[in-house]
Design a protein around this ligand. Structure first.
Ligand code: GLN
Length: 247
């Protein structure tokens, strides 16, 4: 079967929500598509710009400082909420990292402020005013739909927020090392169909190229596996990230 023409990505607030170079995740997607002859298009959706749910295969929202997150949260709810719900309903991939993950839920509370989220998944985040920030290398075990075995995602986390999943939500993975959603639950992230949230920076995808491929395949709704690539460098980055986490 011929490869699809292009992976069409919508980068939400690429300038404001780009902590820890989270945009590097998009560069990796671009390379892995191009190396296989799959095109790659990225469209930025900044403040005040609505999203067209049918125009993209994958929506990406990186992490941000509380200040920038507040700015984006307001805009997300006012101008993009409807489009993102339609996209999720159509089975598109929506990936949120750290601050972006928090905004996929209902709310992020810090100090005396409560930042609204888009409510794509049933979760709430509260920044601990007394506990420490949850910082460090992290490894989680995940079993994604369509994969035949559990795999490890390795990365780095740094968040003050504790994310509590609603009873019906499924975490992305089980914490092997690190803190994850609350530091206590033993779980990390969230997955509901194509909507995925995680605290893993790293950036996440360069350290876990297998996950990047899973996202590409899922976003393009491909039945057949993607062509293999020479992943010696990516696998070595993955091993170092795991070693750093002690897994
Ligand atoms: N502001 C959020 C928190 O500290 C997210 C930070 C981030 O994206 N690293 O919980």
């Amino acid at each position: 079967m011929p490869e699809p023409a292009a992976l069409r990505v919508c980068a939400l607030y690429p300038d404001l929500m780009n902590i820890y170079a989270d945009r590097g995740n998009l560069l990796l997607l671009e390379r892995r598509c191009n190396w296989r002859g799959i095109g790659f298009e990225v469209t930025a959706a900044g403040l005040g710009e609505p999203v067209d749910p049918g125009a993209h295969d994958l929506f990406y929202l990186g992490g941000g400082q509380d200040r920038d997150q507040l700015l984006c949260a307001q805009d997300l709810v006012e101008t993009k909420r409807e489009g993102l719900h339609a996209a999720a309903g159509a089975g598109k991939v929506i990936l949120g990292v750290c601050g972006g993950y928090q905004l996929l839920g209902h709310s992020y509370a810090f100090g005396d402020q409560e930042v609204p989220g888009v409510g794509l998944v049933d979760l709430r985040t509260v920044r601990s005013e007394t506990g420490p920030r949850l910082i460090g290398n992290v490894a989680i075990e995940v079993e994604l739909p369509g994969t035949d075995r559990p795999r490890v995602l390795a990365g780095f986390e740094n968040h003050g927020g504790r994310t509590h999943l609603g009873a019906g939500e499924q975490p992305l993975g089980r914490v092997l090392r690190g803190h994850g959603n609350t530091g206590e639950s033993g779980f990390e992230g969230v997955i509901r169909d194509g909507v995925i949230g995680t605290y893993l920076h790293g950036p996440l995808l360069p350290k876990n190229a297998w996950f990047a491929d899973w996202l590409i395949r899922r976003a393009l709704l491909l039945d057949a596996p993607l062509d293999p690539l020479d992943d010696a460098l990516e696998e070595s980055a993955h091993r170092s990230a795991r070693r750093a986490a002690g897994v």
